[in-house]
Design a protein around this ligand. Structure first.
Ligand SMILES: [Zn+2]
Length: 290
């Protein structure tokens, strides 16, 4: 969870200074939703919270969207309907069982229509203790003023050049993603001449060092999704149909690959010869067992 704004929310919570409802304007709604789930985990965690807390049930339940005291509402079709808000009110009318607080997150607050906003208003006007709300929007001006005026407004702006799992499928990353899956197939399945694959698949198709870096960021994301899958954590490994063979690798094997790619990404920022770096990568990869 990189953005400071979210770390601050957790801090406010522990200092008893958190507002009861926030409107978050963001340039990446999905990343923002994920970060708010991390905020919820930090607030709820019964162990010592880490990004991948696997020790406590609460964090696991949040990851699986299964914790009753965290409700996420997304538009049903193009709008958020009155029934969705009524349902939220009903579910939060009692004190939570597993956690101290109830948290709701409304994704795309601008999709609330008059009826759902009205129902929501009554909820906002009589703020109850132990309920924290977040509205996410990509454009503050599209949120009904009646809602907007009752929220504390914060901004969560992401570096749009940073890769995340959803941006991998954008048009501008399509080519690199397809090179990444081809490369993985060569180095993980065919294996016989990995150094040649570096030339054939990478060097011959990518000229910019920055793009090689991006290629390995993509590979990192792919390994991470399969790693999460091997631990039964919430993940999107199914999106990468062309590299299904990665699910045969043990979680230890995947973890070692993640370390290897991370080291590669550190090294590529220094001025080391790119071909040497790629060769070192495939040689070390072939040393990993399982
Ligand atoms: Zn936890």
């Amino acid at each position: 969870m990189a953005l400071e704004v979210f770390q601050r929310l957790v801090k406010y919570y522990h200092e008893n200074k958190i507002s009861h409802v926030y409107l978050v304007e963001t340039n990446n709604v999905d990343a923002c939703l994920n970060d708010l789930k991390e905020v919820s985990k930090q607030i709820f965690c019964t162990g010592e919270y880490t990004d991948r807390c696997t020790k406590c049930n609460i964090c696991n339940l949040v990851d699986q969207d299964f914790l009753p005291s965290l409700l996420i509402i997304e538009p049903d079709g193009s709008t958020i309907k009155k029934e969705q808000i009524t349902d939220l009110k009903r579910k939060f009318s009692t004190v939570p069982i597993y956690t101290k607080d109830n948290i709701y997150i409304i994704k795309r607050a601008e999709a609330m229509n008059g009826a759902s906003a009205n129902t929501m208003l009554k909820f906002l006007e009589e703020p109850e203790d132990r309920i924290i709300g977040f509205f996410i929007t990509s454009n503050l001006n599209n949120v009904l003023p009646t809602i907007r005026s009752r929220c504390e407004i914060i901004k969560a702006m992401y570096d749009i050049h940073e890769l995340n799992i959803d941006s991998l499928f954008d048009e501008q990353n399509k080519n690199l993603l397809s090179i990444a899956t081809k490369y993985l197939e060569k180095i993980e399945v065919e294996k016989s001449n990995s150094i040649m694959y570096n030339k054939e698949v990478v060097i011959s198709q990518i000229t910019e060092r920055e793009d090689v870096k991006k290629l390995f960021q993509i590979i990192l994301i792919i390994y991470e999704e399969f790693f999460k899958n091997s631990l039964n954590l919430n993940n999107k490994h199914q999106l990468f149909e062309n590299v299904k063979f990665l699910s045969n690798i043990s979680n230890q094997g995947l973890l070692e690959r993640i370390k290897l790619v991370t080291t590669f990404l550190d090294d590529i920022t220094s001025n080391v010869n790119l071909e040497l770096l790629l060769d070192k990568f495939v040689i070390e990869l072939s040393d990993i067992n399982g």
